[in-house]
Design a protein. Structure first.
Length: 703
């Protein structure tokens, strides 16, 4: 007949679960008059059980996890040490590095064998739901969560109980022990039980004197002070378990498997099974969402109060688990990983940004593109991939859009079916909904790195050379007016952020954008953002209006996030009237195209200027064009650094200073090429040198 495993875990540290575990093993050995086994799984408090028991096992738990031989009554003696009180013991490595390297699968195989050797195994699992602790619980008959009359400990105990239920561990399998109980204390076992939502199984009296004395002598309480309040409390707990046949009853409960075991057990056509499970999964999520909306008002969350968000998430999680408990989920959620995943997906869709949450947290993903509820694409390392996760339905996508635009005062509806917005981390968002989006709501999110990229990062990524970066620094410090040209997703914003970092700290910078994404390191930066029209159709503030306002704000530099209309005329006029060193971006494919694009955009202003006048304005206002491109292999590079030389006849003259020459592709599909200096020295360099600015001429020599 197989034995039983009892896992002891603390709601938080310092509640005495290690002493309870050691003495529980002794109490069981005394009551059933058979040898029990104590295992130390506490990876955070390496070696505490060695002090509590006063013994050290022959080999530790990591060596057991790596053991490849058969575990039987003889071979297990290589690892255990026998305590005089009637239990055997295997401890945790005392080195934290070794403790962190324990093989959970190896421990699982060992536990499967050990229950055939020992009638009772007690495991001290620490105070966290670590992979090792969860492996112990998979093989356990009973889980004891230890709390104390302390509100923080009770709260952590409640959280752990909720997490275990979420992981499909049966409610009856999880019991609560209160340690350090004091008669008349306001936080009584009854109060603790109500707070956690489960009656306390047993309370052990507070007995500091016996516990401290036992620790100082490295002798378990039940050896040195068996009749003490603590010793009697542990013994009474074991007797209650035996008299009520608790372990025998709990043996019949179905415990959750891990996903690896479940995969080994599954059979059938994988494709058919996957499609069927995906449909069942989506239907289950839809039912839970509907029930959740009926039970809770999820819109009453305060996005500006982190504490309120945490409380709401915990309350919603509890409700989701309760609703799932009413469903027949055995076939849809066979493993605890499945249960955890569906709970997280439901919470993310109900309170966050649904399946986008994990992608937003993944720093390797730079862009997210949603096309209706069933298709989510993302860009990773320059390549676009399709995600396996999806939204439940189009309503959930719409909820996410509304959740994004509401905090910043934007709106989206059938009258205005598109919107530009930004997330709290600065990521840029564009959304468009039916009737304009035929296949369902569409979201495009451009993520920005947490750390502002500097020229060193761009050189390291191969976007430019050190010499190019040095020249661009000189150009910005020399107050050159710069236009960054490139296609969508080519890295224009990243580059203009880098250029902004070269501006002297004593200058006043004013930025104008549709959705704020420029992030300069200087302190004196004024950031302006456009505003869409109100519900009545008035109150709109566009980029052109903002550019005009900047001229009354004593700017040293004006930076426009992107010129795409009549504001181009105002920007060029500003560049021509004492605001040298200003910057903007335009959408075009080459420096020559950028000139044509600027000409076209100036005409949007409706000023009726002749073509030659526009070209003269561009030739005198813009000093340099930097062409940024996203290549076929997904890499982003600065293809041209070009100086505008002036106007000759009807043509704006351009002179390349640096170019990127593509030479081919390697076996990995990466573009091979090199950056080259053309040998041309920009005209403004001589002017700078006359002012005493030393510019190394070696920058312009091709190496």
């Amino acid at each position: 007949m197989a034995g039983n495993i009892i896992t002891i875990i603390g709601g938080k540290g310092g509640v005495g679960k290690s002493q309870i575990a050691a003495n529980l093993a002794i109490a069981y050995a005394n009551e059933i008059r058979a040898k029990t086994l104590l295992l130390d799984f506490d990876q955070k408090s390496c070696g505490d059980q060695n002090i509590i028991t006063g013994v050290k096992s022959k080999k530790h738990l990591k060596e057991l996890s790596d053991f490849n031989g058969a575990i039987d009554p003889r071979s297990i003696q290589l690892f255990t040490i026998d305590h005089k009180s009637g239990f055997s013991y295997i401890g945790m490595p005392t080195e934290p590095i070794a403790a962190s390297q324990i093989n959970e699968e190896g421990i699982g195989k060992a536990l499967k064998a050990l229950v055939n050797i020992y009638p009772i195994i007690v495991i001290d699992a620490g105070s966290e739901l670590s992979p090792l602790a969860l492996k112990a619980m998979e093989f356990s008959t009973l889980i004891f969560i230890v709390a104390s009359p302390d509100l923080l400990a009770v709260n952590q105990c409640k959280r752990m109980h909720s997490d275990l239920i979420t992981m499909l561990f049966p409610k009856d399998m999880i019991q609560i022990i209160v340690n350090q109980a004091v008669n008349g204390h306001p936080v009584s076992p009854d109060v603790i039980g109500k707070q956690i939502g489960k009656p306390v199984f047993h309370a052990i009296p507070r007995d500091d004197a016996s516990c401290i004395a036992a620790l100082s002598r490295s002798t378990p309480v039940l050896v040195g002070a068996k009749g003490s309040p603590f010793g009697s409390g542990v013994t009474d707990c074991v007797r209650k378990l035996i008299q009520k046949n608790v372990l025998k009853t709990l043996e019949k409960l179905t415990k959750p498997q891990d996903s690896a075991n479940q995969q080994n057990a599954s059979k059938g056509d994988p494709a058919v099974d996957d499609n069927r499970k995906r449909d069942q999964w989506t239907e289950l999520k839809s039912r839970i969402h509907k029930a959740l909306v009926e039970e809770m008002d999820l819109k009453k969350q305060d996005d500006n109060d982190p504490k309120a968000k945490i409380i709401l998430r915990e309350q919603t999680k509890k409700m989701v688990v309760e609703l799932l408990g009413k469903e027949d989920t055995k076939n849809i959620l066979p493993t605890r990983d499945d249960m955890n995943r569906i709970v997280k997906e439901i919470l993310d869709e109900a309170l966050g940004l649904g399946p986008l949450e994990d992608m937003l947290a993944d720093k390797s993903i730079s862009e997210i593109m949603v096309v209706g509820p069933k298709k989510i694409y993302y860009e990773q390392s320059g390549k676009v991939k399709k995600s396996e996760v999806t939204f439940t339905n189009d309503r959930q996508v719409m909820n996410v859009i509304e959740r994004i635009v509401a905090p910043i005062g934007r709106r989206i509806d059938e009258k205005t079916p598109y919107v530009d917005a930004r997330l709290a981390d600065g990521s840029r968002v564009h959304a468009i909904i039916p009737p304009c989006a035929i296949d369902g709501c569409c979201i495009t999110i451009r993520k920005f790195p947490d750390k502002r990229l500097t020229y060193k990062d761009l050189v390291k990524f191969g976007a430019m050379t050190e010499e190019m970066a040095d020249f661009l620094r000189i150009s910005v410090e020399a107050h050159r007016n710069i236009v960054v040209s490139g296609g969508t997703g080519s890295g224009k914003t990243t580059l203009i952020n880098m250029l902004g970092g070269f501006i002297q700290s004593n200058e006043r910078i004013i930025t104008c954008e549709d959705s704020a994404e420029l992030n300069f390191p200087q302190d004196h930066v004024v950031r302006l953002e456009t505003r869409p029209p109100s519900l009545e159709g008035d109150g709109q503030i566009d980029i052109r209006c903002l550019v005009k306002q900047t001229l009354r704000m004593r700017p040293d530099r004006i930076v426009v996030g992107e010129c795409r209309g009549g504001e181009t005329l105002d920007m060029l006029q500003a560049m021509n009237t004492g605001h040298d060193g200003s910057m903007t971006t335009v959408h075009s494919n080459t420096p020559r195209d950028a000139i044509s694009r600027l000409e076209t955009l100036v005409q949007y202003a409706g000023a009726g200027l002749p073509q030659k006048a526009i070209k003269e304005m561009i030739a005198s206002a813009v000093h340099m064009i930097i062409q940024q491109s996203r290549l076929d292999d997904g890499s982003r590079k600065c293809l041209y650094v070009t100086e505008i030389g002036g106007l000759q006849g009807e043509v704006v003259t351009l002179q390349d200073i640096f170019i990127y020459k593509q030479e081919g592709m390697n076996k990995e599909g990466k573009i091979v090429g090199k950056f080259m200096a053309t040998g041309f020295i920009p005209k403004f360099i001589e002017t700078l040198e006359k002012k005493g600015y030393k510019v190394p001429r070696g920058l312009f020599i091709n190496k």
